[in-house]
Design a protein around this ligand. Structure first.
Ligand SMILES: [Zn+2]
Length: 491
């Protein structure tokens, strides 16, 4: 980033803050201050004991012994951690579910509930641009659903199924309005239109858009699936699913994505890396200084492919599949050294019945599942408490880095004066066993039920409003918003 761009961005930010201040000043009946006392405030770069003053939806002051005016609410956070709200850029929701488009049971409201109870204040969704609808209409409809349903704040990504569906002005519109593109190398359409997709990724990069890429090679995955189906190994039983999506397919697609970034100069964000070999391919691009950013779906840190041998092993399906223990170990180390930029969920609100539907097979399956509520506690419990990553790294991976990459920082992703008051009060010693009956998402079950986890959010504050406390969601659908976004930044 050059100095002029940085200056322009800073200026834009100041204007934005000035406008915000104006708007909030004229709004009548602002609630009183909220003061969070004596917590350990943690950001990506350090920790300090102190108080926060929250006023008009933003963090107004950080210090010690802040005075509480009459009418202020004070929360005692002694022995608690005070973290910036989690930002999950990989969440799939279905705000207009119909019986024929079964894509998970969560809309923005139920997805928000699970997220807020799990310490995440910003979630995402993917919307699809179709040939029959113009882009402005697609974006307007999606924005309206967020406005009606969300409790958490939301960012949106547009899936590009056909690169010819996006004109230069469409790309500019996405950049101006703060959307991101997502492209699937794993779909045969990618190989059929590869040159078109490369042009689109280049155009997106030039317009200041980050492009998310699902990296599995379509030709290897589809031919492996077809061969296994022909051999009678199509059922979601035993190791069939894992074998149907081999590591090499992920590795070479990741190499190809890195190559596209190198050839076009475009920034890319590789979603849900699952294996050592794919991670090494991404790291090789990073080592060459390319704008290659990486995400690990949390499942790969906690589970390995032996899970598929369980009687209900189909419950663990996801693309790519669970891998070996050595892959999980490698990803944990990559988290610690910072080559992994983001850890998130790839949440889809599938019910147990959706996942175990006997009509499914290795081709026609339902990847991912209900994860929003448990991901951060699992990362804290298994990562921070076990000494694999620091608290600051956890904050970077789950809040600051995604906020930077998706154009939300410094409004979100940190605890700083002037930032949105998206704050989580976290009890580092609270021990709880994950249970189906505690799940707030519509799927009402967790593959982690029975796991004992230490460290949970006890209060979640979204833009200054206490939205989760005492195990309950306190805010209504429609209080979340489409988060304004700016140019992406390097983590
Ligand atoms: Zn996904």
């Amino acid at each position: 980033m050059n100095t002029i761009a940085r200056g322009a961005r800073g200026l834009r930010w100041s204007i934005l803050l000035a406008v915000l201040a104006l708007v909030t000043n004229v709004a009548a009946q602002q609630p009183g201050d909220l003061i969070i006392r004596n917590g350990l405030i943690v950001t990506a770069v350090g920790r300090t004991e102190g108080d926060l003053r929250i006023r008009n939806a933003t963090i107004a002051e950080i210090g010690r012994n802040l005075t509480a005016a009459s009418g202020a609410r004070v929360i005692d956070a002694k022995r608690m951690l005070v973290l910036p709200g989690g930002v999950d850029p990989h969440v799939h929701l279905t705000p207009t579910r119909t019986p024929t488009t079964l894509k998970g049971a969560d809309d923005y409201t139920s997805g928000s509930r699970a997220a807020l109870a799990g310490g995440k204040t910003t979630i995402s969704n993917f919307i699809t641009q179709t040939a029959t609808t113009n882009l402005q209409t697609t974006l307007a409809e999606a924005t309206e659903l967020v406005r009606k349903q969300a409790i958490a704040d939301v960012i949106l990504h547009v899936t590009a199924s056909d690169p010819n569906g996006f004109t230069a002005s469409d790309v500019a519109t996405l950049a101006d309005r703060g959307f991101t593109l997502k492209i699937f190398l794993v779909r045969p359409a990618f190989d059929q239109n590869a040159a078109g997709f490369v042009k689109l990724i280049r155009a997106a990069g030039a317009a200041g858009l980050l492009t998310m890429l699902h990296c599995e090679d379509a030709s290897l995955v589809t031919t492996t699936q077809e061969r296994m189906m022909a051999e009678g190994r199509g059922a979601l039983k035993g190791q069939n699913f894992a074998e149907s999506r081999p590591v090499v397919a992920e590795e070479i697609a990741t190499e190809r994505a890195v190559g596209i970034s190198e050839a076009t100069g475009a920034p890319i964000y590789i979603v849900h890396i699952s294996s050592e070999r794919a991670m090494r391919a991404a790291e090789a691009g990073q080592a060459r200084g390319l704008p290659v950013f990486t995400e690990v779906r949390f499942l790969y840190l906690h589970l390995t492919r032996e899970r598929f041998d369980e009687p209900d092993g189909a419950i663990y399906t996801g693309d790519p599949p669970l891998r070996e223990k050595r892959d999980a170990d490698y990803l944990w180390r990559a988290l610690a050294r910072g080559t992994v930029n983001v850890v998130d969920t790839d949440h889809v609100g599938y019910t147990r019945e959706d996942k175990l539907d006997p009509s499914l097979d290795i081709i026609n399956h339902r990847p991912a599942g209900n994860y929003l509520q448990v991901q951060l506690p699992l990362l804290y419990s298994e990562g921070v408490r076990k000494g694999r990553i620091t608290l600051e790294r956890m904050v970077a991976l789950t809040s600051t880095n995604p906020a930077k990459l998706f154009g939300l920082y410094p409004r979100k992703g940190t605890i700083a004066v002037g930032s949105d008051a998206d704050v989580v009060i976290w009890d580092p010693n609270l021990k709880r066993t994950i249970r189906d009956e505690d799940q707030l998402a519509n799927a009402k079950f967790s593959i982690f039920s029975g796991w004992e986890v230490t460290g949970w959010p006890i209060v979640t504050i979204r833009r200054g409003e206490v939205v989760y406390e005492g195990g309950k969601i306190l805010a209504a659908a429609g209080s979340g918003q489409l988060a304004p976004r700016q140019h992406w930044q390097r983590p």
